[in-house]
Design a protein around this ligand. Structure first.
Ligand code: NAP
Length: 290
């Protein structure tokens, strides 16, 4: 089978291009959409992600601010920073880069973000809206996946979507979005018995596990659409020089799936594009409420 590769890099470029006219319209109404990214600690991967997000903002004409806090910052200090940003009229969207240092309770911080500035859609108010079918801010990674599926001309309606991974940031919202698109959804996790039996039933298979090359070709139904959310850095010891790998074993799925997303160049760039879109959306809504 000829597997079509869904190119996240070029799709993200098209999303960014589409956002420029919306940013222009906002600017002519006197509003420059602003995103604040809070980074606590010195996780090297997080630093790279945050830098990429800042660059993408500049490219489409958004204002972006990076708020660095030291790894020893207290929970109260992080909460205080979020509160300041909640009240800052130049900031329309706030993202707290995860993971946070272990001594900081993630829930406390995410719950402190004003729901109308919740760029990642992780606040329980927005999670609830998504779960009840009235999404306001959709988490960026699953939103990006939906856009990729759409761009490939695949309608989830009536199909069996199997998601491996049930995190709050990827798996669960992914399930909500696919359900809303009328797919029949199965959500798998580390306690799922006979994972392969589940994944082989999938018309649409989403891998969000965090284990390099975990889903192999024999776990994929011929003709399935396979979306690889995973970003794993391979250890240098494998002679791979710290290369990135997805959760899907690309080579063994190639020729078996009808569609497949690469890593890098798949879901990653789309996640950033959706962040920009959520920021623009937040600014547009603030203007309507003014
Ligand atoms: P996570 O919070 O660690 O969740 C991983 C999920 O995978 C959990 O639900 C876990 O099950 C499940 N799992 C682990 N081992 C399994 C196994 N052997 N069989 C079946 N299920 C298993 O990870 P995450 O934050 O969702 O991220 C997942 C991956 O996506 C990571 O590689 C991450 O780097 C990547 N990611 C990429 C983007 C992007 O922009 N492309 C964004 C976010 C995340 P339990 O719940 O039972 O533990």
């Amino acid at each position: 089978m000829d597997t079509k590769i869904i190119d996240g890099t070029s799709l993200a470029r098209a999303v960014r291009a589409g956002l420029r006219s919306r940013v222009e319209a906002l600017r002519s109404a006197g509003v420059v959409p602003g995103l604040a990214v809070v980074l606590a600690g010195d996780d090297p991967a997080s630093r790279v992600y945050v830098r990429n997000k800042g660059r993408a903002c500049t490219e489409v004409g958004l204002h972006s601010e990076q708020h660095d806090l030291p790894a020893q910052a207290t929970e109260a200090q992080v909460l205080e920073r979020v509160r300041l940003l909640n009240g800052d009229p130049r900031i329309h969207a706030i993202l707290v880069q995860l993971p946070l240092p272990a001594h900081i309770r993630v829930e406390r911080v995410l719950h402190a973000i004003a729901p109308e500035k919740d760029a990642d859609g992780f606040h329980p108010f927005n999670v609830g809206l998504l779960a009840t079918g009235h999404p306001a801010f959709v988490p960026c990674t699953p939103a990006g996946v939906m856009r990729m599926i759409e761009s490939a001309g695949i309608a989830p309606e009536g199909r069996h979507a199997v998601i491996v991974g049930r995190s709050n940031i990827v798996g669960k919202p992914m399930a909500m979005l696919l359900l809303q698109a009328n797919a029949t959804v199965t959500l798998c996790h580390s306690k799922t018995r006979d994972l392969g039996e589940m994944t082989r039933q999938a018309d649409i298979l989403v891998a969000a596990i965090g284990r390099a090359r975990f889903l192999t070709g024999d776990m994929v139904k011929p003709g399935a659409v396979v979306i690889d959310v995973g970003i794993n850095r391979l250890p240098d010891t494998q002679g791979q020089g710290g290369k990135l790998a997805g959760d899907v074993d690309f080579q063994s799925v190639l020729g078996r799936a009808s569609h497949l997303t690469p890593v890098p160049g798949g879901v990653g760039p789309m996640t950033i594009a959706m962040l920009l879109e959520n920021t623009v959306l937040a600014a547009e809504r603030s203007l309507k409420q003014a």
